[in-house]
Design a protein around this ligand. Structure first.
Ligand code: GLU
Length: 365
């Protein structure tokens, strides 16, 4: 298993295969795989569909395609069932994150989601994300959990994304109507031809079809995240993955991306201020791969918002040692600079982040 942090998207067809509440039939094998990942020190985030499907029988509806408020009510009652269905397979706690597209577009909320996920993972918890179906109207929605999973992979800086449904992978023709359809095991470039092969979905319960899976794969691979479409109804698919084989379709990640991110931080992202560090903090950041803590900050300059880029400067030599994205705005940072991390809460009344600039958001100059 060649990844460290994985996002696993589980489609409604796996949670509620007969559209009658939640089932453990496929979830059990997926949970078993997640436990194996944990045993191998991998971090796992789940993006689970199935709230609407799980609540479907509990809300009266006359037509096969329920109205939006009816679906939202189904999601509201079904979300609890879906979460409980997952938790029963794990000894470690699961946590719930319900988000909308707007949350991911807003810079402050984006950082909040990122920090929450980091903290949950650091505490050995399994975050389970779904769209906040009951509050999101159509324009606020990501719309399908395939694309949501790709966005979650981006915000969590995962290096791998699994999109699990009841199909084996991408075929060159529709396998339901063509006996000679062949699966494509590796896709290095997502072209119009690949989209044309995808077709559309006929399922009553799933929102996305193959098209949204390919869109999601495209978002992920463009950001350097290895992506697989796999059949979650097939227990052997997980055994194969553990054995280093590929039972589905693998979309190869763009290898240039991590270099590009560093380049972006270094050259493109405009600095909005400066942080001057003492020699201990300079050493920790430069030589020990550490995140920047408030205690090593001697002074700050400039006015900036949380999420903006700053120059990180050695106060003694006045040289730039790093560049990075700051978790706090200048007013808050002014109050906590030089302080121990565990004082942030009492000074600010909250502690949105224990670090000022996270290691993953920093590039050494
Ligand atoms: N958020 C929806 C649900 O949980 C599903 C969306 C999707 O499957 O793409 O039921």
């Amino acid at each position: 298993m060649n990844f460290n942090r994985i996002v696993i998207k589980v489609g409604s067809a796996l949670i509620s295969p007969d559209e009658n509440g939640c089932s453990g039939i496929h979830v059990q094998a997926i949970a078993h795989f997640i436990i194996k990942c944990h045993q191998a020190s991998k971090e796992v985030i789940l993006v689970s569909s199935g709230s609407v499907a799980a609540g479907r029988q509990l809300i009266k509806h006359g037509s096969p395609v329920p109205s939006i408020p009816t679906k939202q009510a189904m999601a509201s009652v079904g979300q609890m069932k879906m979460m409980a269905n997952w938790q029963r397979f794990f000894d470690v706690p699961c946590s719930q994150l319900l988000i909308t597209h707007d949350d991911l577009k807003d810079r402050q909320r984006y950082i909040n989601i990122k920090n929450t996920l980091r903290t949950l993972l650091a505490n050995g918890i399994i975050p389970i994300v779904n769209e906040n179906d009951t509050v999101a109207t159509e324009e606020l929605k990501v719309g399908d959990n395939d694309n949501l999973a790709a966005l979650v992979a981006l915000v969590s800086e995962a290096d791998c994304l699994f999109i699990l449904s009841d199909i084996d992978g991408v075929y060159n023709k529709d396998p339901r109507s063509s006996n000679d359809a062949e699966m494509i095991h590796e896709i290095s470039e997502i072209t119009d031809e690949i989209y044309a092969m995808a077709g559309t979905t006929n399922s009553l319960i799933a929102t996305g079809g193959m098209k949204t899976k390919i869109q999601a794969a495209q978002k992920a691979v463009e950001n350097g995240i290895e992506t697989y479409i796999l059949n979650g109804t097939n227990d052997q698919a997980f055994e194969k993955i553990i054995a280093g084989e590929n039972p589905g379709t693998h979309f190869l990640a763009n290898q240039e991306v991590s270099k590009a991110k560093k380049h972006w931080l270094k050259h493109t992202l405009k600095s909005h201020g400066q942080l001057l560090l003492d020699s201990g903090a300079v050493n920790a950041v430069k030589n020990n791969g550490a995140s920047l803590l408030p205690s090593g900050i001697l002074s700050i300059a400039g006015e900036f918002l949380a999420g903006e880029s700053l120059d990180i400067i050695d106060a003694e030599t006045k040289t730039i040692v790093a560049k990075g994205i700051c978790q706090y705005n200048h007013q808050d940072l002014f109050r906590i600079k030089g302080e121990k991390t565990d004082r942030i809460q009492s000074i600010l009344g909250c502690c949105p982040s224990k670090v000022i600039v996270h290691r993953d958001d920093m590039v050494i100059m």
